[in-house]
Write a protein that binds this ligand. Sequence first.
Ligand SMILES: [Zn+2]
Length: 83
Amino acid sequence: MGEWPIPEHQVVDHLLIYQEFRCFYCRESLWQPEQQRLVYHVEHMTPLARGGLHDWRNVCVACPGCNIRKKVRTSEEFTRAVG
Ligand SMILES: [Zn+2]
């Protein structure tokens, strides 16, 4: 099922700080000034559909656009496609 050494929402908080509140893929800011809030998806780098685990080592935060574009590709496949 995956491992969560600290509660999942705390992992997400750490990820946001670690990624400087930017999308893991396109590096766009996740802060939406119009909405005055952070808008992001918690993203599985190896999708669950591809055998990825719901695990702290397999998640990042991404903007909704990248998450939708990435679909069931792994982070490596996606980075190669856009990079
Ligand atoms: Zn993005």
